[in-house]
Design a protein around this ligand. Sequence first.
Ligand code: 7PM
Length: 258
Amino acid sequence: MGILNVTPDSFSDGGRFVSKDAVRRQVDAMVAAGADMIDIGGESTRPGAPEVSLQEELDRVLPVMEWVKSHCDAYVSVDTYKPQVMKESIALSVDMINDINALESDGAVELVADSGVAVCLMHKKGTPKNMQANPVYENGVFNEVFKYLAARADACVQQGVKPEAITLDPGFGFGKTLTHNIELFERLEMFSELQYPLLVGVSRKRMIGELLGDVPVDERVIGSVAAASLAALKGAKILRVHDVAETVQALKVTMALL
Ligand code: 7PM
């Protein structure tokens, strides 16, 4: 899964707007490099980032989605927790809803159940604004994340989501310290007990920077690729990454030699 952040700071036209050409070039590059799915996001969930209005998010995401769907045969997911964005994406035949809120927003489960669209349910602790303040897991981070994902998957199935539509994600970095992230990664293979495919997103995240001695985001590619390969060895089925070419090469070699 290649990450496409449709935000002015990712695809600047030199000002406040998103350059359409730059977005399209990025999609073409990721697909050519072997991405099977493009994850379109219109709102940065960075701690402390300004919230984006519903209309702004729709204006950023929907035209790109329409273009990707008509232009290539990659799957498309939408990174959103807003039911209205889900609804309008579903109308454009989006393939998966990628929700950091695990469909906890009002009406979200019903939208996914009624449409039959696939969904990724992610764990996070707190809100993007406060989640890194001082996360504490009384019964251990693995146990809490495991129980949460099992409960959310059950609740969704109860409300009509087909089990085969569900993917789970432990949500690296979302309300987790480096130690928490390491504990989760150590036991990553145990999530396969839940019988749902697992998605892992660690690409360029702070945990990678910290493991390398606080390197900046543009120096986290090799560490991210190493983590993605290990996640695949531990059973992850979808890897959410910025650096598609690098990750695909690493995965091809890793899996060929396994
Ligand atoms: C700032 C902070 C900008 C965090 C971007 C992010 C995930 C996701 C994101 C993930 C799933 C990032 C994150 N991360 N969706 N969306 N899993 N399913 O680093 O780990 O890309 S946004």
